[in-house]
Design a protein. Structure first.
Length: 195
């Protein structure tokens, strides 16, 4: 692991290759799993502020889930997450051309919302763990993303480069430049993990 500012970064994020392949996975990350997308402080409010625009794209079942459960819920660990339809699919998931994606992001992409999507979705497959005084970024390997790993390997795209935009959104340009520098040093063998 390496440290950039107050963030600990797993070497997996530098090493692993990844590039979403929506044609192959069909947006399964919006459907699979046992809880909704993790939400950060303030994101429930951002969804609520933009809900009228988002709702226009949602499935009736998703609208009903939000009506019954609210804009977010608490998961088993007490963390705030998006509500689910029938305990499985994210309430904000939509289907288009045989693929799932996000009603929140669709509203944003059409200029109708000021909120793009939860940062946990934008950063996936990086998961952020919070500790006293720092955050840790780890790679979350999920079988539904096999096609993304294959495509990333074929195209030679490291995970940190695939997620450049959300990493900059989260930590800023300067932080990302330091990450890129560390990645080059690591690739050249000048940065090694301590035992």
């Amino acid at each position: 692991m390496l440290q950039i500012g107050e963030v600990i970064v797993s070497f997996d994020i530098l090493e692993k290759k990844f590039c979403c392949d929506l044609a192959a996975c069909k947006g399964a990350c919006c459907v699979e799993g046992d809880a909704g997308a993790p939400l950060e402080s303030g994101e429930t409010e951002r969804i609520e502020e933009n809900y009228e625009a988002v709702r226009a794209y949602m499935k009736p079942e998703g609208v009903e889930a939000v009506l019954q459960q609210g804009f977010s819920v608490l998961d088993r660990e007490g963390d705030r997450v998006t509500p689910l339809i029938d305990g499985r699919e994210c309430a904000y998931a939509i289907e288009e051309n045989g693929c799932c994606w996000c009603a929140i992001e669709k509203a944003w992409s059409e200029g109708r919302s000021t909120f793009r999507k939860p940062i946990s979705c934008h950063l996936y497959p990086i998961r952020v763990a919070r500790y006293a005084g720092f955050e840790a970024l780890n790679y979350h390997k999920w079988k539904i993303c096999t096609a993304a790993r294959v495509k990333g390997y074929q195209e030679g795209i490291p995970l940190y480069r695939f997620l450049k935009e959300p990493l900059i959104v989260r930590y800023g340009e300067e932080w990302y430049e330091q990450l890129e520098y560390a990645a080059k040093e690591y690739e050249a063998g000048r940065l090694v993990e301590r035992p």
